[in-house]
Design a protein around this ligand. Structure first.
Ligand SMILES: [Zn+2]
Length: 202
């Protein structure tokens, strides 16, 4: 099993190194440096020091296009958000994002944070403990070894130690991760039709 671990920030780097210590066939790279490694991996893991929606979405799309299961672990303030393991038969990243916003204390605030993180690579949650690294690495190792996609996302409060789980149910009209390429084509045609109509009207 060959795994690609893409990391972001000090926490992500520490987790990537912890995973590498446990497995031989692991490539660990900082975000943006993975090149074409996704296509050669059996699993893609993303570990970030922040709730890094834009980066996670891009990696989820690339992994989906390559047919490789994708597993994110992200620190969102005091909560470590673990999973789900995206893959064939499970919800897509957009379903996860929609469900995530329903759990967020304030959806507007969450989206502002996502925008900040997309715009500023230096913004994140700098602090972490060794136990947080062990928990994230353990989750990543389990996802790397997993046989199939798992829609469960876990929320670990790093201050209280509370761990809760929730299953990401696909939102209405989701056609699943592996139909995304087809959907993208349909969206393109729809947009093109609208543009052509505008052109005719002029
Ligand atoms: Zn979906």
């Amino acid at each position: 099993m060959s795994a690609l671990v893409v990391w972001e920030g000090p926490f992500g780097k520490a987790v990537a190194h912890a995973v590498r210590r446990e497995l031989d066939d692991v490539v660990a790279v900082e975000r943006g440096m993975h090149g074409d490694a996704i296509a050669r991996a059996d699993r893609v893991v993303f570990v970030s020091w922040r709730s890094s929606d834009a980066a996670a979405a891009a990696l989820a799309d690339a992994a989906n296009d390559a047919g490789v299961p994708f597993f994110p672990v992200q620190l969102d303030n005091r909560v470590m958000v673990i999973g789900p393991l995206f893959g064939h038969g499970g919800p897509c990243y957009r379903c996860f994002r929609a469900r995530y916003l329903t759990h967020a204390a304030g959806a507007d605030r969450q989206q502002l944070l996502w925008k900040l993180y997309a715009d500023d690579a230096s913004a994140g949650v700098a602090g972490f403990t060794p136990s947080m690294v062990r928990i994230a690495a353990s989750a990543a190792l389990s996802a790397i070894a997993a046989e199939s996609a798992d829609p469960t996302v876990r929320w670990f409060d790093v201050l209280t130690g509370d761990l809760t789980g929730s299953e990401i149910v696909a939102i209405h009209a989701c056609t699943g991760p592996h139909d995304r390429a087809r959907n993208r084509g349909e969206r393109f045609v729809t947009a093109l039709e609208a543009l052509l109509e505008e052109g005719v009207d002029r």
